[in-house]
Design a protein around this ligand. Structure first.
Ligand code: XMP
Length: 319
């Protein structure tokens, strides 16, 4: 704890020296890294900080509320929530190719971010949650597989043409240090330990066309999965867990009636670095509870399957 608090003091001093009296913009994603950056800057020069959170309609249940609560109540920042749900949905209508979805989402995100950033006067700096592993992965071998994966994942990364000077206070830190820093700064445990979530959000977990209805099915099922992982005390033994909605319908029975509904897949993995991963060996009773609850309470799902694929050759996401 001592090391972390002195690290925080050190970073605060660097921020003060660099920023002076200028304004800083920080993009919030709901994830750990951007939250810690925002919290750190809020504690240092709170009234010079503006945060931008783009609600793309592809978030998990309760995610926007949590960000709003945290960065208006706990840390009092000038928080700009951009409600871009319709814009994203319109652009995604009719698209089912995963790479096209990613491209559209990346582009709309940057447009929304840029528009909102323009409305913030005198902003000179953009704060980003780049970590040490990101720095070495992209620097050591710019053409290596890690770099390729990063650039392809870096939907949240903002282009230089936005014209800001970057500040990256987490550049020398590893993930566990960032988490400890977050806790020390007073971010809620739940946020600090939250599993990673891809920039393109639920769109990459909704196979086939992204519709409001399908998103809401995933959201409900995913919330049940996460609740059950907490209840079983397994959340932190698993590095990432989520629900994927397959573009498949199949026959089921409910009472006397025949149903024809969607298949949900559960993905849960153990991984050190997310470059390789194994599927999590669930106790059967936990899987059973998850499946029963999802099928009984989420309308639109009549079948649940568990993904038992490792990475490689599979990926962690299933898009
Ligand atoms: P894959 O599916 O390639 O995922 O095995 C490896 C890790 O990266 C996350 N991921 C993303 N993170 N933007 C992100 O910030 C993205 O576009 C993105 N796509 C995948 C994925 O959730 C996993 O943790």
């Amino acid at each position: 704890a001592w090391r972390i608090s002195s690290l925080i003091e050190q970073e605060k001093q660097i921020i003060r020296d660099k920023v002076g009296n200028n304004r800083v913009i920080c993009g919030l994603s709901g994830g750990v890294d951007s939250s810690v950056v925002a919290a750190l800057i809020a504690e240092t020069i709170g009234d010079q900080l503006s945060c931008i959170f783009v609600d793309n309609g592809l978030l998990r249940k309760g995610e926007r509320d949590q960000v709003e609560k945290n960065f208006t109540e706990h840390f009092k920042t000038d928080l700009h929530v951009v409600d871009a749900r319709d814009r994203f949905m319109n652009e995604l209508a009719g698209v089912d190719d995963p790479q096209k979805k990613r491209k559209i989402i990346g582009k709309v995100f940057i447009d929304c971010f840029r528009d909102e950033a323009k409305s913030i006067e005198n902003a000179k700096f953009l704060a980003q949650g780049t970590l040490y592993p990101d720095v070495i992965e992209s620097g050591a071998n710019p053409d290596g597989p890690a770099a390729t994966i990063k650039s392809h994942h870096n939907v949240g990364g903002l282009p230089e043409e936005l014209g800001f000077e970057l500040i990256e206070p987490l550049r020398d830190l590893f993930k566990d240090e960032v988490r400890r820093m977050g806790l020390e700064l007073g971010l809620p445990e739940e946020m600090v330990w939250r599993h990673p979530f891809p920039g393109p959000g639920l769109a990459v977990r909704c196979l086939g066309e992204v519709t409001e209805e399908r998103l809401s099915i995933i959201r409900e099922a995913d919330a049940i999965l996460i609740e059950e992982l907490y209840a079983a005390g397994l959340y932190r033994d698993i590095q990432q867990a989520f629900v994927v909605l397959l573009p498949v319908q199949s026959v089921g029975v409910m009472g006397d009636a025949r149903t024809y509904e969607n298949v949900a897949a559960i993905r849960a993995i153990e991984s050190e670095d997310f470059m390789t991963a194994d599927w999590f060996p669930f106790p059967h009773d936990v899987l059973q509870r998850i499946s029963t609850r999802i099928i009984n309470s989420v309308r639109g799902i009549n079948r649940v399957v568990y993904d038992i694929s490792s990475k490689p050759p599979s990926t962690i996401e299933w898009e």
